[in-house]
Write a protein that binds this ligand. Structure first.
Ligand SMILES: Cc1cc2nc3c(=O)[nH]c(=O)nc-3n(C[C@H](O)[C@H](O)[C@H](O)COP(=O)(O)O)c2cc1C
Length: 370
């Protein structure tokens, strides 16, 4: 199975299935000398972990990470960093009823069509558990960015019809509620809505917003490796993501040019700066020095306990009611996954940018030939 690797210089390969022995990632291309300990990674994984609230699956995994290689005496060595999380709460019998039946909204049917064979236990490779590898790698990328003064912050922007209100926005509230919403008032309404959906054996979707602060102007390329295109690919590769917007996104299509263009001026630091940020920090695929702002739309969790129409592998029509442990909403656990994908993309493009200009290469290697 190809397609498990992302990145050009800072390259990650995730591996493992939901109910296999373990799940993990290999990070290749991380420079030597980055201070790194397991706890730097664990704190990211703890935000993705199931079983933290009534809105996340009861699956009781410890999700403890082990670094197997690439770190010595608390620093990266420049060699591949391999990380594993052992799967400890595998109840494969929970999934026996989906062995022969395709779950609506899942990859079961398409996986069988493609490979003719599938690890049906908890979705196998298509499981949300695959994101453990992404988050572990993303934690390293976040440490890298922190050393450059760049921060990546994601939060739940909306749950179903309930959207964070600008006047209530308080990032300090994000980690104080289990929906990762920076607006306590809206969060309470969203919680009631989710309770109602759970009562109806249904699920809900939502939007994650992400802000990358401190990115210098000049990151990303003008054609295929645009910063926004690279972010879109990384973020849309997360299960259940159905939409991506940068800056004003879809609402820019309803604006006039005079409203949507961000004028320039010279900032207090003497640099060219934008007056507004409708562009979301990227112009022509290249960062413009403003905050990079994007959103990802998540569909409702596909596993629901209501009876649904489906078919068996043998082509007979039937009904399915999905048993097992499933989140009524994917969004709160996906917030850190979005952060991870944003951090990985940004690090890869920052490293690629080092070879962009001859004057900088000459000054780095220090030998001018004339
Ligand atoms: C962090 C995370 C957790 C998820 N947990 C569940 C879950 O508990 N139940 C479920 O049905 N889908 C869950 N999903 C979504 C499915 O994996 C996804 O919808 C499915 O593989 C089909 O892929 P698609 O929605 O991208 O088409 C989760 C996704 C993520 C990113």
């Amino acid at each position: 199975m190809a397609g498990s690797t992302l990145g050009t210089i800072f390259k990650i390969t995730t591996w493992g299935e939901s109910h296999g022995k373990g799940i993990g990632v290999v990070v290749d291309g991380c420079p030597a000398g980055l201070p790194l300990e397991e706890k730097d990674i664990q704190c990211f994984l703890d935000r993705r972990k199931p079983g933290q609230s009534k809105f996340t699956t009861k699956r009781n995994e410890g999700d403890q990470v082990e670094i197997l290689s690439g770190v010595f005496e608390g620093k990266t060595t420049g060699t591949p960093i391999s990380m594993v999380v052992w799967n400890t709460d595998q109840r494969s019998k929970d999934y026996g009823n989906i062995m022969e039946v395709y779950r609506p909204g899942h990859a079961d049917y398409t996986f069988d069509e493609k490979y003719g064979f599938r690890d049906y236990r908890g979705g196998g490779r298509s499981s949300g558990r695959e994101t453990i590898g992404r988050v572990a790698a993303g934690a390293i990328a976040a440490c890298f960015l922190k050393s450059l003064g760049i921060t990546v912050t994601a939060y739940t922007r909306s749950v179903g019809p309930y959207e964070v209100k600008a006047e209530n926005f308080d990032l300090n509230q994000r980690d104080k509620n289990r929906l990762y919403m920076p607006d306590t008032e809206t969060c309470l309404l969203a919680e009631q809505y989710l309770e109602e959906m759970m009562g109806r054996k249904d699920s809900a979707g939502g939007v994650v917003e992400c802000i990358i602060d401190g990115v210098p102007a000049g990151i990303g390329s003008p054609v295929f490796d645009k910063y926004d295109a690279s972010l879109a690919k990384a973020v849309m590769s997360i299960g259940a993501v159905k939409g991506f917007e940068i800056g004003d996104g879809f609402s820019a299509s309803r604006a006039l040019g005079s409203e949507n263009n961000d004028g320039f001026h010279i900032g207090a630091d003497g640099r060219t700066t934008k007056v507004t940020n409708h562009a979301g920090g990227v112009l022509g695929g290249i960062s413009d020095g403003s905050s990079v702002v994007f959103r990802a739309a998540f569909k409702p969790t596909p596993s629901i306990a209501q009876p649904q129409k489906t078919v068996t592998r043998q082509g007979e029509e039937t009904q399915i009611e999905i048993k097992g442990r499933h989140d009524p909403i994917v969004v709160p656990r996906a917030v850190v996954v979005v952060e991870a994908m944003a951090a990985l993309t940004t690090v890869d493009l920052l490293l690629a940018n080092l070879s962009a200009r001859m004057d900088r290469i000459v000054s780095f290697y220090g030998k001018e030939t004339e």
